[in-house]
Design a protein around this ligand. Structure first.
Ligand code: NAD
Ligand code: ZN
Length: 361
């Protein structure tokens, strides 16, 4: 039996108090910092006082109000899904978490009843709901999520790194889908998730980790974290990089992290027979690839979505504890009130991960 503690804010200011949140409150480009009620806490929910949040490509789509956002986002909606915070209140049925614990949340709420959920393969749930997309998100002083989605961090975790466990999870999920020990790994797309996946492959014992990206900023960022090579796909053919490294038969494992057709095509051409490709990059439309090449070279191509619940989260925590340092990927930090500047930086893509601060501990 657990008591429902008063969230600090409510205890200090009374029940009717409203809290700051970034809201998609109008069906037009933009986001607005508004006052909203403290989210409701059901019997199995956890109320989290948000400390830091990360901005993701999805948030940019919502900000810009593009076709995808128009079709998928209910208005009004508190947005955002990458966060860390401290537990502020527990629903009456939550028994295994404690006030004050530092936690993040898995942003995909699974149905629990579909075939895959029933089999324990929650990442493959056919009816997920998403924090900050279909239900109230994390760009707020408080978020309420089901206790089953809460991930408790290790003691002493860096709050900025904890804030980006969601995309780090995409990176870990991709990077550890196929064995990389001793393998040569090609990563197309040196965005924050591509660079983190490359770092995980390195940490997991890959021999060469080569990344490609047309953006000079992103190649420099990739270069600064100690990967084997960061090349411009428009300037240096992968065959030349392979020659330089003394590779004979192509890359063993590929991570497609850009969603761009030309990236997947050039990757396919540079892989060895029997290679494995994990594809996280989300193409915006259909495109053709050389399927004959994929078949005759016996290449496996696997789509990657979200994070394994909760094996990926476990790996993230232990890898970070064991010295995996993804902090160089965080290049900008802003107070939540400066969200417009933060979104412009992400929009311009001259950045790694951008973190917004909502509160100090
Ligand atoms: P990002 O947009 O910051 O990074 C993508 C990078 O790819 C950019 O640096 C861009 O310059 C680079 N790029 C563009 N064309 C390229 C080409 N031809 N070759 C190589 N690189 C190229 O995105 P991110 O936040 O790092 O996310 C990576 C991808 O993963 C995006 O496509 C995103 O939509 C997708 N994503 C998927 C999931 C999932 O669950 N499947 C989750 C999060 C993000
Ligand atoms: Zn399900």
């Amino acid at each position: 039996m657990v008591t429902l503690a008063q969230p600090r804010y409510i205890a200090a200011h009374g029940r009717d108090v409203e809290v700051k949140a970034l809201v998609k409150s109008r069906a037009e480009p933009g986001l607005w910092l508004e006052e909203v009620p403290v989210p409701a806490v059901g019997p199995d929910d956890v109320l989290i006082r948000v400390l830091r949040t990360g901005i993701c490509g999805t948030d940019l789509h919502i900000f810009a109000w593009d076709d995808w956002a128009r079709q998928n986002i209910p208005v009004p909606l508190v947005v955002g899904h990458e966060f860390v915070g401290e537990i502020s209140a527990l629903g009456a049925e939550v028994a295994d978490l404690a006030l004050g614990e530092i936690v993040s949340g898995e942003g995909h709420l699974v149905c629990g009843r579909c075939r895959n959920c029933m089999a324990g393969r929650r990442v493959q749930c056919s009816r997920t709901a998403s924090v900050g997309v279909n239900r109230a998100g994390a760009f707020a002083e408080y978020i309420s999520i089901p206790s089953g989605n809460v991930w408790r961090h290790s003691d002493g975790v860096d709050l900025d790194v904890a804030a980006i466990f969601d995309p780090l999870g995409n990176a870990v999920h991709t990077a550890l889908t196929f064995p990389v020990l001793g393998e040569d790994v090609l990563v197309t797309g040196a965005g924050p998730i591509g660079i983190m996946a490359a770092l995980v492959a390195r940490h997991a014992g890959a021999r060469f980790v080569v990344v490609t990206d047309p953006s000079g900023y992103r190649r420099r960022l990739a270069g600064s974290v100690g990967l084997t090579l960061a090349i411009d796909p428009g300037e240096t053919p992968l065959s030349e990089a392979m020659r330089e490294l003394g590779m004979r038969e192509g890359f063993d494992v590929g991570f497609e992290m850009s969603g761009k057709p030309s990236a997947l095509r050039s990757m396919l051409a540079a892989m060895c027979h029997g290679a494995k490709i994990a594809m996280l990059g989300l193409p915006s439309e259909q495109f053709a690839i050389d399927w004959g090449h994929l078949v005759t070279n016996m290449i496996t191509l696997k789509g990657i979505y979200g994070r394994e619940m909760f094996e990926t989260w476990y790996w993230m925590s232990v890898l970070v504890n064991a010295g995996l340092d993804v902090s160089p990927v965080i290049t900008h930090r802003f107070a939540c009130e400066e969200y417009e500047s933060a979104f412009s930086v992400v929009q311009a893509a001259e950045c790694g991960k951008v973190v917004l601060s909502w509160a100090d501990r």
